[in-house]
Design a binder for this molecule. Structure first.
Ligand code: MLT
Ligand code: ZN
Length: 476
């Protein structure tokens, strides 16, 4: 083991130090709790070993985070920051034990500034709470990950979470104006501010977005708000097959002349699974594939013209049926179906690999074709769904019911990845690398690129105590 991975254990002395610094109620070494805070949404069956935190801390403010980091760095204890545990790459897994830092007590919305169109929050605020508060002020927080009703904003920023509205508004990082962070040695520092332009120095604010808790710990965030679009409509277009649905996606923008808020894709298997899981009829569940196209406007007449135009275009491009959801309940039915796909998949299957590939949008048909070829070649099932508008597809390949399912899925991944690389695609569009995908980084990034990531990491965290074992391999 290289020296940057030699850590001390959390012993009685460390627990005493933590308790006397941030209070007894904010520290736990309870065995049951340690287990439940030692994983995210990646099923433990994905790994060959078990990983456990040695202590949990629940800071109430930035000063607590700073004190914890001072103790951790003085004693060389690894610290894994954790949001709501909804991550999909093992980012919150304590790969080297040590301290897991949960942000559930740092859950205040500090300020909504209507003049500057910003909201300032702590990392433990549930993402949808920000959207709801903004909406009460006729404002939009545009970050919209599928897990938004549960995930914390700190985790969204650390992963640069994407979701359903990236095509129009960008991913979470694009919503961030400023961050207060705590460095590995306990220093508290602000990057950015409530300004829309800033080229003073390096853009560390956006370096933090997607750094997966490996560079610094986010303790406050200033997020951008926009005027809330007054009207929206969701179209659910049913197609006979995935190819026809996907081929239509670039036309929506080019010929439709608008950027929808969302263009989401569900294949036949996804539609079937979700209907079975929800136990309710799902519109278009007998189709070969479906697209959800969400349109937003302030003027209802303009919106009506747009949805008529997109509806006609859909029919001209092979849609067999177009359902229009313009009431709260019809919209909820469509989105409930889309958002329940991951849950439905993990409900019905134990052995799978959920992929998060992103390719240039004109290559999505080729990506789906490739997945089909690889899976059919091995007699495996798969579920494909995702953010068709930005080329980010979640393809879940179901493992065979055999002892060697891990190896089979690994081969499947390697075959799919090699095709994705040829298409100019990437390993993860929004779920992150974390622990789960780091072994594949060398396929996608050059040696020089990986070296640079390590140098940046060590510039921020020379003792490698912040979320070690993530993002890149170091010959641990
Ligand atoms: C989604 O798009 O549904 C989310 O990224 C979650 C997932 O794929 O599991
Ligand atoms: Zn997604």
């Amino acid at each position: 083991m290289s020296s940057i991975f030699s850590y001390n254990k959390v012993d009685k002395k460390i627990l005493y130090l933590l308790r006397s610094t941030i209070g007894d109620k904010n520290v736990s070494s309870d065995k049951e709790k340690l287990i439940s805070y030692s994983h995210d949404e990646v099923p433990p069956s994905a790994y060959e070993s078990e990983y456990r935190a040695e202590a949990l801390v629940f800071p109430e403010c930035s000063a607590h985070v700073s004190e914890i980091m001072k103790i951790a760095s003085a004693n060389r204890i690894p610290v894994t920051p954790r949001g709501a545990g909804t991550g999909l790459s093992g980012g919150a897994l304590p790969a080297f034990g040590g301290i897991v830092m949960s942000f559930e007590k740092m859950n205040r919305i500090i300020e909504l500034d209507e003049k500057n169109l910003t909201v300032t929050v702590e990392p433990g605020v549930v993402t949808s709470e920000i959207s709801k508060l903004a909406a009460r002020h006729d404002l939009l927080y545009a970050g919209d990950p599928c897990s938004g009703d549960a995930s914390f904003i700190g985790g969204n920023i650390a992963e640069n979470a994407g979701g359903n509205k990236v095509i129009k508004y960008g991913a979470t990082g694009a919503q961030v104006l400023a961050l207060e962070v705590v460095l590995a040695d306990g220093t508290v520092i602000w990057f950015g501010g409530k300004r829309r332009k800033d080229v003073t120095g390096l853009d560390f604010t956006h370096l933090m977005a997607g750094s997966e808790g490996t560079l610094a710990i986010i303790t406050k965030a200033v997020l951008k708000l926009l005027p809330l679009p007054r009207h929206s409509i969701d179209l659910l277009a049913a197609f006979q097959d995935a190819e026809t649905a996907i081929a239509f996606v670039p036309q929506i923008i080019k010929k439709g002349g608008i950027i929808p808020a969302s263009i989401e894709f569900m294949d036949k298997k996804a539609l079937e699974l979700v209907e079975k899981y929800l136990g309710n009829p799902v519109p278009a569940s007998d189709a070969g594939a479906a697209l959800i196209i969400q349109l937003e406007e302030n003027d209802p007449d303009v919106l009506e013209k747009e949805y008529e135009r997109i509806g006609t275009l859909s029919k001209e491009n092979g849609a067999s049926e177009v359902y229009v959801a313009d009431t709260r309940s019809t919209k909820e039915r469509i989105w409930q179906a889309r958002k329940a796909i991951p849950e439905a998949t993990s409900f019905f299957y134990n052995r799978y690999t959920k992929e998060d590939l992103a390719v240039p949008i004109d290559r999505v048909p080729e990506l789906l074709e490739n997945i089909k070829k690889v899976c059919l070649g091995r007699d495996l099932e798969w579920v494909a769904y995702g953010h068709a508008g930005d080329g980010n597809m979640h393809c879940t390949v179901i493992g065979p019911d055999t002892e060697d399912w891990h190896e089979v899925l690994l081969k499947v991944q390697e075959e799919i990845y090699s095709a994705v690389i040829d298409m100019g695609g990437t390993l993860s569009g929004e779920h992150g690398i974390g622990f789960k995908r780091k072994k594949f980084m060398k396929l996608f990034l050059s040696k020089d690129h990986l070296e640079l990531i390590k140098r940046v990491k060590l510039a921020f965290d020379p003792d490698n105590i912040l979320n070690p074992g993530k993002l890149v391999e170091w010959n641990e």
